[in-house]
Design a protein around this ligand. Structure first.
Ligand code: ADP
Ligand code: MG
Length: 707
């Protein structure tokens, strides 16, 4: 399918959510009493019984079979960061040679994938390879249609035999429970009526589109997701209108089909636009609960890859596919919402609402300051190491943008200086109203890693290719911890309003060092942040061990989100993953240098020397100086390339031999990755010397200015 989807024929209200076993689908298909019970299970008020599961399984199966499904799968999120599944068919043979379509409650509730093929970081001893997937009732099942047929996908959690989390979903769900419990305690003291508090997430996804044909000629892109050689020619930035038009059309056709597929899944792809770099785009959905948003972001990424292929393109989700070109991230919009529809980070209109807003606002400020290094860790992977602090993405230092007005209000309040309220008298928390805050703060500061945008925070450091589960698990738990302290104080207070005011002022004063409204890309900020004592963690290998440091162990342990063992397993898995990625990139680099660049350089060298000889033969006095100079440059760089490649090979072998996970990761970072930079300089210099026709793989110009 290469044309845009015809939305006029496909009535939007009919296709929207058609492939999602949504709440309304459940209500329509389940007996009233069962539906009610499922809702109670979803809300955590009741455990799931097999009897209820049987009825739901049967309804789910009928719905999926109506859609053409033949198979079902427990769809889960192992620690690799992507999703995994094991397919089973509904078919159950009968003695008379016929078949029946079956799907039991037991099959819905629990699955048993071959857990030994997924990373466990030592949580599951090899003799006990069993792991279980368990139905997550809070995220809707869906059917996926593709060339392999139609499959019912059931979002599931993945745990070991002993109940340890082997995936990203279980800790996220636990963190949502923790936030709910502590936020409700606070709301109760404030007299706000609510039965549940849910963290809400709207993840904006950035990506590149490139031509499949060109991609297939670059083993670095194919095997590691990023280019290990290549430079952006200065003239490349001035794009010709002719190309532009073509790109727009092909990208638009892709987006149109992507929207169609996502809408069918009930995913509200809302905005899409061109990003900073050529061929770079962004998709923003409407926000969901943290759990559903996380599942759906995985589906968005998978759909992008699948649909791009149908259009003869590839969607690159890597954080930094091209050196010197803006990379990709994920803007994780985060807030908290009650089941009564109240956004806890919305300033509200009345003095009381304002006071509650300020209380939750300073809770987030404190959480981000106290757990800055943990948040930084959740945003780290080998791809993001190229971005954070590299003047295009937020710096590696965590700070909060509040906007000048809000900052100055909090600053004055905390210093005991008068602030004007909405009605002109002096502002008193809980007594008089805040002045109107500008609503369009969103784009005021693009250099902040954690920005308040009027009624939510936007965590902008999150890597584009990664699951958003990790950052949100940490954020939910960190905020839960601060709210638990606030609740302790408020529950004992005799004058709630006075206590809120005191907490807001004290907390702001103690944590305002994390507030920064200025330019996060500037060198002055790096210096200033150091003076303020804010951590500046530069790489993945420094960031990941934060997970097992005692503040993290205490935080996650107290709120039942991760045990110490679960945290240690993550450190091991994430560092191993880091090493594996650098290992792959380095090996591809060696291969491209030896098999492609060297060969092209040798051919060009030969052609040049023949030219020189022939020219001299024809005219003895022919000035071959230019050719000779090129020959010299060529030989210098080829020699440099091959020498550094030999060194790189030795370093890869050394790092590969290291058995200690931490030491290996540090060798991959400090030796292998560092050497790759040297190899690249020679390779990129050769790209400039060797004629384009002779260059062995597509250049940045080809990749970024065609589609
Ligand atoms: P912009 O950032 O362009 O101003 P919006 O503020 O409307 O656009 O939304 C950006 C993203 O933030 C969207 O994915 C949106 O759904 C999400 N978002 C909006 N409100 C909330 C909220 N209360 N909690 C979480 N995400 C939200
Ligand atoms: Mg935004």
């Amino acid at each position: 399918m290469n044309c845009a989807v015809d939305f006029s024929a496909a009535q939007l209200h009919e296709i929207y959510g058609a492939n999602c076993f949504s709440d309304s689908e459940m209500r329509a298909r389940l007996p009233k009493s069962v539906y009610k019970e499922v809702k109670e299970v979803q809300e955590g008020a009741k455990p799931l019984t097999l009897a209820v599961a049987e009825v739901v399984a049967s309804a789910m199966k009928d719905w999926a079979i109506d859609k053409g499904a033949t198979h079902y799968t427990h769809w889960f999120q192992p620690l690799t960061g992507s999703t995994a599944e094991k397919h089973d068919s509904f078919i159950s043979p009968l003695p008379d040679g016929k078949v029946m379509m079956e799907f039991s409650g037991k099959e819905l509730i629990k699955g048993e994938p071959d857990a030994s093929s997924f990373p466990s970081g030592g949580l599951r001893a090899t003799f006990e390879a069993r792991g279980y997937t368990a139905w997550d009732t809070t995220s809707p099942a869906f059917v996926r249609e593709d060339e392999s047929g139609v499959t019912l996908c059931i979002p599931t959690a993945f745990v070991s035999y002993n109940g340890e989390a082997l995936d990203k979903k279980v800790p996220l769900l636990r963190s949502m429970d923790a936030l709910n419990a502590q936020a409700l305690r606070v709301l109760k003291t404030l007299g706000v009526d609510a039965g549940k508090v849910t963290p809400t997430i709207g993840p904006e996804q950035e990506y590149f589109l490139i031509q499949r044909e060109l991609y297939d000629k670059r083993s670095d892109l194919m095997l590691s997701g990023r280019t290990v050689f290549g430079t952006m020619p200065a003239k490349g930035q001035e794009m010709d209108d002719h190309y532009f038009g073509n790109i727009k059309e092909k990208a638009a056709a892709f987006m149109s089909e992507l929207n169609y597929e996502l809408w069918k899944l009930g995913i509200s792809a809302k905005t899409q636009h061109n990003e900073v770099a050529p061929n770079q785009f962004e998709l923003a959905p409407i926000f969901d609960s943290a759990n559903v948003a996380t599942d759906r972001n995985q589906l968005v990424m998978a759909s992008m890859e699948k649909i791009a292929a149908r259009h003869g393109m590839v969607a690159l989700l890597h954080e930094k596919p091209f050196a010197g070109v803006n990379g990709s991230g994920k803007h994780n919009n985060w807030s908290m919402s009650t089941d009564t529809g109240l956004n806890l980070l919305e300033p509200g209109a009345s003095p009381e609402d304002n006071a509650n807003f300020l209380l939750f606002l300073v809770a987030v400020i404190k959480a981000v300051d106290v757990y800055a290094d943990l948040l930084r860790a959740t945003a780290s992977n080998s791809g993001n190491d190229h971005r954070l602090g590299a003047n295009e993405a937020p710096p590696a230092i965590i700070s909060i943008f509040l906007g000048e007005q809000l900052e100055s209000i909090l600053e004055s309040l905390s210093e005991g200086k008068p602030v004007q309220s909405a009605t002109g008298e002096t502002l008193e928390i809980g007594m008089t109203s805040l002045p109107d805050l500008p609503k369009d703060l969103t784009d005021r500061n693009r250099t902040s890693p954690f920005a308040f945008t009027g009624n939510k925070f936007e965590f902008r450091m999150v890597p584009s290719s990664a699951s958003i589960a990790g950052p949100n698990t940490a954020l939910n738990t960190a905020v839960a911890e601060i709210l638990s302290d606030f609740a302790d104080r408020l529950e004992k207070a005799s004058d709630i309003k006075a206590e809120i005011a005191a907490i807001v002022k004290e907390t702001y004063k103690a944590h305002k060092r994390v507030i920064f409204n200025g330019n996060g890309y500037s060198d002055e900020w790096v210096e200033e942040a150091e003076k303020r004592g804010l951590p500046n963690i530069k790489s993945t290998i420094e960031a990941i061990p934060v997970y097992e440091g005692s503040p993290s162990v205490e935080l996650f342990g107290k709120h039942g989100v991760f045990s110490k063992e679960e945290l240690e397993s993550r450190v091991e898995i994430y560092l191993e993953k880091y090493s594996m990625q650098i290992n792959v990139e380095a090996k591809i680099m060696v291969e491209m240098a030896e098999k492609q660049i060297y060969a092209a350089a040798a051919r060009y060298g030969k052609a040049l020397s023949e030219t020189i000889l022939k020219a001299k033969e024809a005219v003895a006095s022919f000035n071959t100086g230019v050719y000779e100079k090129t020959m010299m440059k060529l030989s210098e760089n080829v020699n440099g390339l091959m020498e550094t490649v030999e060194e790189l090979k030795a370093l890869i072998a050394k790092a590969g031999d290291e058995e200690d996970v931490k030491k290996a990761a540090s060798l991959f970072r400090n030796e292998v990755f560092a050497k790759m930079g040297e190899v690249r300089e020679y390779g990129d210099a050769l790209e400039e010397i060797i004629p384009k026709d002779e260059w062995p793989f597509p250049t940045y110009e080809d990749l970024l200015f065609r589609l």
